[in-house]
Design a protein around this ligand. Structure first.
Ligand code: NAD
Ligand code: UDP
Length: 343
């Protein structure tokens, strides 16, 4: 696997590599022949996500907090910095860890890239646009973020991380690229991470009420994880500095998402309208013109196909955690709904 600048990615560091997106990125890097060092402290990820790579000699797992100085022995061609809580539920539970992952963690990951002469990729977010006043969101838009609101730990940490990355490039000649990821979904999301897709799927499969926030008219644009990872890799292989939006421009209301999940799960679960969280953005849709132009990247997985693959994965976990109805002991077990195991 080589970068447009001609550098081959023979060995990559993925911070947050035991998380949802990071573990898929590690898989694709291994598929392309690159060795992978995953650095993770399991704050919101888990060893299960990379268990299939455990016996792979091209894969190493380093359990470390990137908010503290850390090092990786040996040569490194690319550092992918993904370590950070990412769901609103997670960053509300871990506010200081989120600020530190974006600030100290980004600095330490940049310093590692500097020591190794590696290309550095920052996984930033559409949250830098906040509750956007420009729609769809284009990279030149500076955003509308509440610096002291309930999402501020994440939004401002990522904005600071972008500033830190740009500064290392402009002032110190680092080889960096910033990608702004939009809502991504797929297998390996935690059932209880609080994000809409895993929450709705878990509820629909269990026949529990589907919790739509507000009137559900707020929109999101959902990108299947394989597409997001392809965009991340295209950016890493390019010589671009970014920022580059990586997302799927197909926008839908949250109410519509709940309907699609319910239909695809063949569920009769009712809708329950619950209060909207503070500062929940009304609209979210990427302008991906830059990614198309400079990376030749655009998403290829449509929503129904991606949701179906995700639902299959969640359903298999439900089946694996349900009692074995063929055994006598199971016959006496209480008829509880399917349980999903948190890492
Ligand atoms: P995730 O929570 O599944 O993964 C994050 C990983 O980082 C976890 O494995 C966690 O344990 C690890 N981590 C957190 N803090 C750490 C620390 N201090 N040291 C070491 N490891 C740490 O989240 P995700 O959805 O996979 O998101 C990955 C990255 O992509 C994040 O940086 C997120 O901001 C970005 N992103 C994701 C989305 C999305 O929709 N999934 C959208 C925009 C941006
Ligand atoms: N949402 C919802 N019900 C839930 C979880 C989320 O209606 O159980 C809404 C949430 O309020 C937001 C949208 O779905 O408007 C997307 O939320 P998510 O946490 O997935 O992503 P983000 O808000 O970070 O874009």
């Amino acid at each position: 696997m080589s970068t447009a600048a001609g550098r081959e990615i023979r060995r990559a560091v993925v911070t947050g590599g035991a998380g949802f997106v990071g573990s898929h990125l590690a898989d694709r890097l291994r598929d392309g022949g690159a060795a992978v060092v995953c650095v993770d402290n399991f704050l919101t990820g888990c060893a299960d996500n990379v268990a299939h790579l455990a016996a792979d000699p091209g894969f190493e797992l380093v359990v470390a907090d990137v908010a503290e100085p850390f090092d990786v022995a040996g040569p490194v061609d690319a550092v992918f910095h993904l370590a950070s809580p990412a769901s609103p539920h997670d960053y509300a539970r871990h506010p200081l860890e989120t600020l530190k992952a974006g600030a100290h963690g980004t600095l330490h990951a940049l310093e590692l890239a500097g020591r190794k002469g590696a290309r550095f990729l920052l996984a930033s977010t559409s949250e830098v646009y906040g509750d956007p006043k420009v729609h769809p969101q284009v990279e030149s838009y500076w955003g509308n973020v509440n610096p002291i609101g309930p999402r501020s730990q994440y939004d401002e940490a990522k904005r600071f991380a972008e500033a830190l990355t740009a500064t290392h490039r402009e002032h110190f000649g680092f080889d960096t690229v910033i990608v702004r990821l939009f809502n991504t979904y797929g297998p390996r999301m935690r059932p209880a991470d609080g994000r809409a897709v895993p929450t709705f799927i878990t509820q629909a499969l269990a026949g529990r009420p589907i919790t739509v926030a507000g009137d559900g008219q707020q929109t999101r644009s959902l990108c299947y994880v394989d597409d997001t990872v392809a965009g991340i890799l295209a950016a890493a292989r390019s010589a671009e500095a970014g920022p580059i939006n990586i997302g799927n421009p197909e926008e839908l209301t949250i109410r519509k998402l709940a309907d699609r999940v319910r239909e695809l799960c063949r569920s009769t679960a009712p809708m329950e309208f619950v209060p909207r969280p503070g500062d929940d953005p009304d609209l979210r849709r990427p302008d991906i013109g830059r990614a198309v132009e400079v990376l030749g990247w655009s998403p290829v997985v449509d929503l129904d196909k991606g949701l179906a693959a995700t639902i299959d994965w969640f359903a298999a976990r439900v089946a694996a955690s349900a009692p074995d109805r063929t055994s006598p002991a199971a016959d006496q077990a209480p008829a509880a709904g399917p349980t999903l195991i948190e890492p």
